[in-house]
Design a protein around this ligand. Structure first.
Ligand SMILES: *[C@@H]1O[C@H](CO)[C@@H](O)[C@H](O)[C@H]1NC(C)=O
Ligand SMILES: *[C@@H]1O[C@H](CO)[C@@H](O)[C@H](O)[C@H]1NC(C)=O
Ligand SMILES: *[C@@H]1O[C@H](CO)[C@@H](O)[C@H](O)[C@H]1NC(C)=O
Ligand SMILES: *[C@@H]1O[C@H](CO)[C@@H](O)[C@H](O)[C@H]1NC(C)=O
Ligand SMILES: *[C@@H]1O[C@H](CO)[C@@H](O)[C@H](O)[C@H]1NC(C)=O
Ligand SMILES: *[C@@H]1O[C@H](CO)[C@@H](O)[C@H](O)[C@H]1NC(C)=O
Ligand SMILES: *[C@@H]1O[C@H](CO)[C@@H](O)[C@H](O)[C@H]1NC(C)=O
Ligand SMILES: *[C@@H]1O[C@H](CO)[C@@H](O)[C@H](O)[C@H]1NC(C)=O
Ligand SMILES: *[C@@H]1O[C@H](CO)[C@@H](O)[C@H](O)[C@H]1NC(C)=O
Ligand SMILES: *[C@@H]1O[C@H](CO)[C@@H](O)[C@H](O)[C@H]1NC(C)=O
Length: 364
């Protein structure tokens, strides 16, 4: 389907039943290790460890080795690291792994402005792995600020595996201008009613695989923004949250932007407001494949809205959406209390196999 403008919406309205849980595997590491404790991290959850982390990073990042590991100590040894606006800049001399086994927490103080907890900038061949957790302690900020727990900018060949993110003050993880990214077995949790707590938010990035993750958030589980191509989300569970969302694309100021080749497969949605969603305005969005998805207690399982105009001031142009292809869709209200509905406006496509609720396109 293709988006060149607005006034196109296509909405399926319903509820249905099923479930899932997934896990997968990781490798082993050898190489040059640098421990934050050797750089005088306190790890007591009360003293700032920013300096120790940044010093460890500086040394690790300039080390020559086939593999460099920056090690953050495990929770079972009682270590909790207090971090605030910690920045890890590249480029580094070698591929580098941050082995996060301990827990990281953001400051708990009400009167200070929050800031991003961990930021990686311009680091190629980076892996962030481990059983540790990053707790953004976001509850105190949910009404006011914009903080990310974990952000990556200009990182090529990035792997984020196994870690857990909790209660980000705003976005839990963001990627900007990253390429060749693998996010695997990452769990993200925030209360269903926490505002703007996207799970993973990405812009201007490409070749991104998200697999076997679990996301329980107050906003989009995965949000795919302008300039992003070749994304695969698979084996992932979402909910509560707002589903997997493409957009908002093409804000008036941005001009036409491209999002293409997005695949969402073998994922489960539970108790989400939408399942898969494309919301765009004056953008070019093309090549979406949504396949093998299970939706339970989802208000709008499929939502394609090319007349997304939250400000309400968009000109009433009408460029229809093309090539929507529905095959074997089976959606119904839980408890069959009402018929599920498909709403199609100015959208073209075709239907094969069993498609419930019945959906009538105007042809292609
Ligand atoms: C799809 O997900 C289910 C459950 O989450 C898992 O058992 C199955 O192996 C997955 N299928 C593929 C092809 O990955
Ligand atoms: C990731 O960390 C786990 C331990 O938490 C370890 O067993 C595994 O080898 C690591 N994987 C990679 C790719 O570094
Ligand atoms: C990152 O990996 C690429 C491809 O393997 C390699 O060309 C490059 O030198 C590596 N850079 C670092 C800093 O490891
Ligand atoms: C967090 O970092 C900012 C900027 O460096 C600083 O103003 C603030 O005091 C720090 N907060 C805490 C609790 O350390
Ligand atoms: C997935 O991550 C969790 C939490 O870090 C870990 O306990 C589990 O072993 C990981 N699963 C696999 C298959 O690596
Ligand atoms: C993403 O997964 C595909 C297989 O589905 C693989 O070919 C590709 O290399 C992966 N890309 C990254 C960046 O991990
Ligand atoms: C669905 O999520 C909402 C919060 O968004 C929560 O209040 C409610 O209990 C959840 N329902 C179920 C069935 O999990
Ligand atoms: C996404 O998955 C499809 C089919 O499994 C594969 O052809 C494609 O290369 C994958 N894309 C990425 C970016 O890994
Ligand atoms: C999805 O999960 C299945 C079953 O756990 C596993 O076999 C498959 O490799 C997973 N796919 C990816 C891309 O991680
Ligand atoms: C559709 O789902 C309902 C249960 O929600 C099931 O009874 C029915 O057999 C399914 N139909 C098809 C064609 O799979």
């Amino acid at each position: 389907m293709r988006t060149a403008a607005q006034h196109v919406s296509f909405v399926l309205l319903l509820l249905l039943v099923s479930m899932a849980a997934v896990r997968s595997t990781a490798g082993v590491q050898q190489g040059q290790w640098y421990s934050v404790m050797d750089f005088h991290a306190a790890g007591d959850g009360a003293t700032s460890d920013v300096e120790a982390f940044e010093e460890t990073w500086k040394v690790a990042c300039s080390s020559h080795s086939s593999e460099v590991i920056m090690y953050v100590h495990p929770r079972r040894k009682g270590k909790t690291f207090l971090l605030n606006q910690t920045r890890f800049n590249g480029p580094c001399k070698s591929p580098i792994t941050v082995q996060l086994e301990g827990d990281v927490v953001a400051p708990n103080s009400f009167y200070l402005k929050p800031s991003d907890v961990l930021t990686f900038y311009g680091v190629d061949n980076l892996t962030v792995n481990g059983s540790g957790q990053i707790d953004g302690r976001g509850a105190q900020w949910w009404d006011c600020y914009n903080q990310k727990s974990l952000s990556f900018a200009h990182c090529n060949n990035l792997r984020v595996t196994n870690i857990r993110l909790k209660d980000g003050a705003e976005k839990n993880m963001i990627m900007y201008e990253c390429t060749q990214v693998q996010v695997h077995n990452v769990s993200i949790t925030a209360p269903g009613d926490s505002p703007n707590t996207d799970g993973i938010n990405m812009g201007s990035s490409n070749h991104v695989n998200i697999s076997s993750c679990s996301m329980h958030t107050g906003d989009d589980c995965v949000s795919i923004l302008s300039g992003t191509t070749n994304v695969n989300v698979t084996n992932t569970t979402c909910g509560p949250g707002h589903g997997i969302s493409v957009g908002s694309l093409g804000g008036v100021a941005d001009g036409p932007t491209l999002v293409e080749k997005i695949t969402v497969s073998n994922c489960s949605f539970f108790n989400t407001t939408t399942g898969v969603r494309i919301k765009s305005w004056q953008a070019l969005a093309t090549g979406f494949l949504f396949i093998k998805l299970r939706m339970t207690a989802v208000r709008l399982p499929i939502d394609i809205d090319q007349f997304y105009c939250p400000q309400g001031n968009c000109p009433p142009q009408s460029v229809p959406c093309h090539d929507i292809y529905l095959k074997n869709v089976n959606l119904s209200w839980a408890n069959h209390i009402a018929p599920a509905q498909a709403i199609v406006q100015n959208a073209h496509g075709s239907v094969t196999g069993t498609v419930k609720p019945q959906t009538q396109f105007a042809g292609n």
